[in-house]
Every structure is written in structure tokens, then in C-alpha cells.
Design a protein around this ligand. Sequence first.
Ligand SMILES: Nc1nc2c(ncn2[C@@H]2O[C@H](COP(=O)(O)OP(=O)(O)OP(=O)(O)O)[C@@H](O)[C@H]2O)c(=O)[nH]1
Length: 330
Amino acid sequence: MSFFKKLKENVSKTTESVTHKFMSGLSKTSASLVGAMDSVFARGKIDEEMYEELEDILIGADVGVNTTLEIVDRLRQEVKAHRIKDPTELKPLMSEILVELLRGEDEATGMNIQDGQLSVILFVGVNGVGKTTTIGKLAHHYNQQGKKVLLAAGDTFRAGAIEQLEVWGERVGVDVIRHQAGSDPAAVMYDAIQAAQARGADILLCDTAGRLQNKVNLMEELKKVHRVIGREIEGAPHETLLVVDSTTGQNAMQQAKLFHDATHLTGIVLTKMDGTAKGGIALAIRRELEVPVKWIGLGEQMDDLQPFDADQFVHALFGEDIEKELAGTE
Ligand SMILES: Nc1nc2c(ncn2[C@@H]2O[C@H](COP(=O)(O)OP(=O)(O)OP(=O)(O)O)[C@@H](O)[C@H]2O)c(=O)[nH]1
């Protein structure tokens, strides 16, 4: 039995609605990445040309050149080692390689949430990537779990950003700590931490500015915010999550490198996966940045932010093939 059965078994452990969210959210990427492989494999022959066409498909889905070469290399080795002649056997093999790459070595995709004490989560990323929406969705997620959540409006650069966060606060039913537009974001963080501690909050989600017009200032500001949070609570921020818009392709990769250099990122949130056929960026980011993707945005609704899961991700990409193979072998 191929790796498909194992994938199916792994995703069956979660609810059907989560599996469905991944499948519908990743349908465009599935078509561009896995659907496109069909015509390549239909030629019935494993040869150099086939590997080159596979590379083109992977690069076209934003998997990134280095990661693409690594995937195809591994595929070649497996084909050799197991003397595979039939290209239809390559899809399950490919799915296994993708899961391994997405999992990485540490498997540290969970959130560092401290039980019984305040956990501070800092969000960074450029404007418009979905930072505020992600904070709102995550506030909802933790609120649903019965945790007391507070939001810090650290994007003081744009007055609209503070109001937008307040709209989310109201929608979810959590308070927002804010100052006037233009004030020092580090001071907002200081006040937010005091408020969170005084109110016995479990989780403080901190928004930050994302203007890129002045990179040096932005990065200095983020470093200061980070420092102030760390001074108030040892070990905080417990997570520094970079939010990136997956529809921006390799641009997302460059942003990730920039922010990673300035603040120590502990995870990535990939938003708007449902709006792109180039979801292969998840692989490029995971592999080339060595920062785990922790959350994935699969739509605009409150519960469309899902914890990233390598099995769910790859299962969603190969969904049709998995169903076909399992139906044929029962
Ligand atoms: N389809 C889809 N849309 C999303 C997702 N996440 C966010 N969006 C949309 O992206 C748009 C921008 O999101 P915002 O949260 O305003 O972005 P932001 O990064 O906070 O922007 P600034 O406040 O300007 O920094 C909104 O219309 C969101 O509804 C997602 O996972 N899927």
C-alpha cells in the first residue's frame, strides 16, 4: 500500500470539517501542482524529460528553485532505489517527500502557550497581508477554548489600523488596549502587558505596524517593541509570528528573510492560501527559511485560520488521487 493510505489515516484523526477546509482552500494549488502532473505521467515513461517537466510544474507553483531541485532529486533516488518503472507510482512517492519537507526536523509547529500565565504573541508583517484579520481569527480561536484574550493595538502608524483591530475586538468579544494614533508602539505594549496581568489574561495578541517605506525605522521599532515585551515578562514574546500573503509569491519569501533578520521569528502565518494556485510557497518558506509555518489562512471567515498540518496540507493537494487509489484497492 502506498503512502496515500497513511495520509488518509492521519487526516481521519481530525474532524471532517477541518479536512474539508484544507481541501477547498487548497483546491487551486492542487490543480496547478498535482493536476498538472497527470499529463506528464500520462506519457507512461520515466525519463529526463519527465523530471524536467516536473521541475517546471513545481517552480510554477512557487515551490522555489532550491526546494524544487531537492524534491526532484529525492524522487530520482527513490525511483532508482526501488527500480520504479511506472510513473503512476510517483504521485504517492511525491506526497511522502512533500510531507517530510513540510514537517522539517523539529516538528515544532505548535504554539508556545504557557499554561496558567500570560503568553504574549507578537505579529509582524507588511501592510495588507492579513495581519489584523489573523489576530482577530486567532483571538476567536483562543476565546473558543475558554482563554481570556486581550489585543494590543501596536500599529499606531495608521489610525485606521487601530479602529480595524477594535472592530475585530468587538466581533470576537475581547478588549483592545490602544493609544492615540502616532504614539510610541512600545508604550502601547507596556500598557497592554500591565492590563493583561491586572486582568488575569491568558493570551495577549500584539499588532504592529507594517509600513515598508522606511525599512530601517520599522525594523528598529520592532526591535524596541520586542525588547520592551521581554523586559516586562521573562521569555516573552513567547511567539513572534510573521504574517505573509501567499498570493504575493516569491515576494513573500523576500519579506520573510527581511523580518527574520530583524526579529527572531518563531513561526509563519500564511494567509490567503485559498486565493492562490501557488501555494507551493509553503514549501519554499519552510525549507529555505527553516521557520515553521504555524497557521494557514484558508478563507475570510473567523474559523478559516487553521493550525498548519503537513499531513492535511499534502492530503488536500493529492485528495482526488488518494480517493481513487483507495477506492480501487478496497
Ligand atoms: N481569502 C482570504 N482573505 C483573507 C485571508 N486573510 C485575510 N484576508 C483578507 O485580506 C484583506 C487584508 O487583511 P487585513 O487584515 O486588513 O490586512 P493587514 O495586514 O492587517 O493590513 P493593515 O491593517 O493595512 O496592516 C482583508 O480583506 C481580509 O479579509 C485569508 O486567509 N483568505
